[in-house]
Structures are given as structure tokens and as C-alpha cells.
Design a protein around this ligand. Structure first.
Ligand code: 6GU
Length: 242
């Protein structure tokens, strides 16, 4: 069970996306919980503003420290009250300047009970509140997005599917394939011939050992071709690989 808390100016965006399909059903069952906290609800500005100009000038607006900090405090106070203890939670700030997200980070974060995601907008967030509350800065890749919501959703999806109960057995079998560090082998369903293309004969043979060997071979070929970096890593762990 993990409780995900997402601090954002666009709570509907996050809730829509994360209560669909597998994660929606996992939340209904109580295997995870996902809450979006609207940072704007915590501003003390009488016009509901959460941003202001940057000291030193330059283009763009910055999210102010006060509403971000108070939204964070509300989550922490609520969590501590529920659990009747002072829990500390990791706070992940989504920023292109962070460490690049990967499967290993997802596995590490999946051990936590509470995770707080902080989504920035405009030109970012006042550095002083980041210094006080953020424990991890994470990027999802080398390209620029308009805000941290999509990255937070990517991370929640990748972490949530590792929580026991979220995936069913047939789904988690899929995990193994990328979990072993190789790309997925090609897969086929009915009909046996489509657009003159025949399903590989070995898959129709009923010989499970042969099927497994073929799939591993296909995974290796694909990984060597498309992701030589992953292939080299795999070879270091499995020296018997040609
Ligand atoms: Cl975490 N935020 C933004 N704004 N852009 C990104 C990103 C994060 N990761 C990659 N691009």
C-alpha cells in the first residue's frame, strides 16, 4: 500500500489520468490511494494568486513559497494525524534539472508508504521552499514540458504497478521481461495468418521449452539491435551470452 499525494495547480488533470484503468481499479480496491492537493487552495493572497515576478528581473513568473509550503504542511499534518505518529515522507520535485527517472528509482520509491510529488509551473518555484521540503529532484528525460504534472503521473504509474496487488498475475508476468533488463520479445494473437503474414511456427508447436528459448533469443536480438547499452549491461551480468 502506498499513499500518493500530488501537490499541483491542476488537480483534475492528475486525478483523471490516474484513476483510469489498472490504477483506478487498484485505488478502488485500496491497494493504493492517490490524492491531488490544489496548491491554490492554500494561498493567503486574497485574489487567489500563487505566482509573482522574479527578483533580479527576467521573463516569467515564479510559484511563491507560501502556498507550496502550506499545501505541503497540510499533507504532512494529515498523514501524521491518521497514523498517530510523526512520519517523514519523501518529497519529489519534478524538474528537468533532476536525476533522470529509471526502473531502479521506481523500485526504490515503491518501498515507501507515503510519497509526495511537487509539480511546478511557470518558471519554477521559489528556491527557499524547495530547500526546506524537497528530498528528491527527478526529471523524466531530456526534453522540456510545461509543468510537472505529466512527469508526476509517469512516476506514479511506474511506482504503483510495483505495489503488491496492483497487477494481476498475468500482468505481472509481463514485468519479468523488462525486469530482466532485456526488451520484450514479439507477440502474436489470432488469426494465424494476417495480411499474408504467418505467426512463427515455434509458437504453435506447444513445446514450452522451445518457445521460451525462442523468446529469449528474440529478446536478445532486439535488445542488441535497439538498445546496445542495455545489451552490454545484460552481458556483464550473464557472461554466457554470445
Ligand atoms: Cl520533471 N518537468 C518539466 N517541466 N519538464 C521535464 C521534466 C520535468 N522531465 C523532463 N522534462
Amino acid at each position: 500500500m502506498i499513499n500518493f499525494h500530488i501537490l499541483t495547480l491542476f488537480p483534475e488533470m492528475v486525478m483523471q489520468g490516474l484513476h483510469t484503468s489498472i490504477l483506478g481499479r487498484a485505488a478502488e480496491r485500496g491497494d493504493i490511494s492517490i490524492e491531488a492537493v490544489n496548491i491554490r487552495d492554500y494561498t493567503t493572497n486574497k485574489h487567489g494568486r500563487v505566482d509573482d515576478y522574479t527578483y533580479g528581473g527576467g521573463a516569467g513568473m515564479l510559484m511563491q513559497a507560501q502556498p507550496v509550503y502550506d499545501a505541503y504542511r497540510a499533507v504532512i499534518d494529515h498523514v501524521s494525524q491518521n497514523e498517530n505518529k510523526n512520519k517523514s515522507a519523501r518529497v519529489i520535485y519534478l524538474t528537468p534539472q533532476g536525476k533522470t527517472f529509471c526502473q531502479e528509482m521506481a523500485q526504490d520509491l515503491a518501498k515507501e508508504e507515503e510519497l509526495i510529488f511537487l509539480c511546478g509551473h511557470y518558471e519554477g518555484i521559489d528556491e527557499r521552499v524547495l530547500e526546506e521540503i524537497v528530498t528528491d529532484e527527478v526529471s523524466i528525460g531530456d526534453y522540456v514540458l510545461t509543468g510537472g504534472e505529466l512527469p508526476a503521473m509517469v512516476m506514479v504509474d511506474a511506482i504503483a504497478r510495483l505495489v503488491p496487488g496492483v497487477l494481476h498475475n498475468d500482468e505481472s508476468a509481463q514485468t519479468e521481461s523488462f525486469g530482466n533488463g532485456l526488451l520484450e520479445y514479439p507477440q502474436y494473437s489470432r488469426p494465424e495468418i494476417w495480411h499474408d503474414k504467418q505467426v512463427p511456427q515455434v509458437l504453435l508447436s506447444g513445446d514450452h521449452a522451445k518457445v521460451d528459448a525462442w523468446r529469449l533469443e528474440q529478446s536478445l536480438l532486439r535488445t542488441r539491435e535497439r538498445r546496445p547499452d542495455l545489451y552490454e549491461k545484460y552481458r556483464e551480468k550473464h557472461p554466457e551470452t554470445t
